[in-house]
Design a protein around this ligand. Structure first.
Ligand SMILES: Cc1ncc(COP(=O)(O)O)c(C=O)c1O
Length: 408
């Protein structure tokens, strides 16, 4: 039977809970930086599954790893040992500050685990009753209750009040506010090196360094939420590398298995001591198939030098967007690092711009009314960037009123 956009829309209306505002396209195939819809139309993807498909769509190495693993063993649970999980933990320890890993299925679960481990570590290892978690306003840490409580966006938490007690939010990039908020009851400070869902706001170097110093001096743990910034997205394998600091814990998800559902909490061995058997767990977490995929992602990132590509093409992309801002007068600000970029519009027309880009064969994302976000696969080329920027320029001139007067 034919399956087309109309069928998908009907099924959504009848059978799916309406928590997503979907764009009018039915994707059926992907390869590298390209996607195809049900009519055979090709698109260049600047969203990559909200930053998950770091190695591009349907990479041969990932397909092979998943096929190999699914033909051998799909699932047994964490009652038993499996090879891909141990190997992935070892690789992540080799590539990061961390010694140990816990695997789950998403970013929000990775942050839940971090919050639980922070509290348990304080009780178990330090013998201290510290429960308070300090995070930033405008932050996003996930949708489950612990991570939602850490999320500093009243619009996201408000409808679900009361959220979990013990969470405090302070303005981002404000060291004085952090200094005042972290006290003897604080078990953890949790921050994104770049606030992604909040609109792509980059942490200043003195801020993250200061956060490291404050949390250490006051006996709290520093947790970096690298769910969106991790796995090469910012032009370093992990964004903390840009700052010359190391956290006590880091959470990963999105790009880790290249589009398959995985989350990870990484910690130093001292902090990891907080969890004993039975303290935390997940039926599917660290499943052999997703871990095999994640191992393949690490191989592809290394072999194809995709992290360097993210730094190089990301730098070029940012400069081109900055030029576009001057030429069109339609962009207020360009933000971000590597291939995690945003352009804030002068007018609240982001959704319309996204739709016009889609009509032109470019998949881009908007955050709210005024921010365009770009999270392409890390294999994106400068030519593909040129194509988007040229098209975007024309769209901005058409959509954002008055921008012709700036001479674009
Ligand atoms: C920084 C950050 N943390 C946590 C999450 C939640 O991840 P997930 O949607 O996999 O639960 C996201 C998702 O966008 C994120 O950007």
């Amino acid at each position: 039977m034919e399956y087309d956009l109309q069928t998908a829309r009907r099924q959504e209306e009848l059978y799916l809970i309406g928590n997503y505002g979907r764009l009018p396209v039915l994707f059926v195939r992907g390869h590298g930086t390209r996607l195809w819809d049900d009519t055979g139309r090709e698109y260049v993807d600047f969203v990559s599954g909200l930053g998950a498909c770091v190695a591009g769509h349907c990479h041969a190495e990932i397909i092979a790893a998943v096929a190999r693993q699914t033909s051998q063993l799909i699932h047994v649970t964490n009652l038993f040992y499996t090879r891909p999980q141990g190997e992935l933990a070892e690789m992540l320890a080799r590539y990061s500050f961390a010694d140990k890993a816990f695997f789950c299925n998403s970013g929000t679960e990775a942050n839940e685990a971090a919050i639980k481990l922070a509290r348990k570590y304080m009780r178990e290892v330090r013998g201290e009753e510290r429960y308070k978690v300090v995070s930033a306003l405008r932050s996003f840490h996930g949708r489950t209750f612990g991570s939602l409580s850490a999320t500093g966006q009243p619009a996201k938490t408000g409808p679900f009040e009361p959220v979990t007690p013990g969470f405090v939010h302070v303005p981002f990039n404000d060291l004085q506010a952090l200094e005042e908020a972290v006290d003897e009851a604080t078990c953890a400070v949790i921050l994104e090196p770049i606030q992604g869902e909040g609109g792509v706001y980059v942490a200043d170097v003195p801020y993250l360094r200061g956060a490291r110093e404050i949390s250490r001096r006051k006996g709290a743990l520093l947790v970096l939420d690298e769910v969106q910034t991790g796995m090469g997205r910012t032009g370093a394998l992990f964004a903390y590398e840009h700052y010359g600091i190391v956290p006590d814990m880091m959470t990963l998800a999105k790009g880790l298995a290249g589009g398959l559902p995985i989350g990870a909490l990484l910690a130093t061995s001292e902090v990891a001591e907080g969890f004993k058997p039975g303290d935390h767990g997940s039926t599917f977490g660290g499943n052999p198939v997703v871990c095999a995929a994640a191992l393949a992602v690490l191989t592809v990132l290394r072999e194809e030098q995709l992290v360097d590509n993210a730094a190089r093409v990301g730098g070029y992309f940012k400069r081109e967007l900055e030029k576009l801002a001057v030429e069109t007068g339609a962009l207020k600000e360009v933000r971000g690092m590597g291939l995690m970029l945003a352009a804030e519009l002068e007018e609240p027309v982001a959704r319309e711009v996204v739709l016009r880009c889609l009509e032109s064969g470019y998949v881009v994302n908007n955050i709210g009314d005024a921010v365009l976000r770009f999270l392409p696969p890390l294999s994106i080329s400068t030519r593909e960037v040129d194509g988007l920027v040229e098209r975007l320029g024309a769209i901005l001139v058409e959509v954002v009123s008055g921008c012709e007067s700036h001479g674009g």
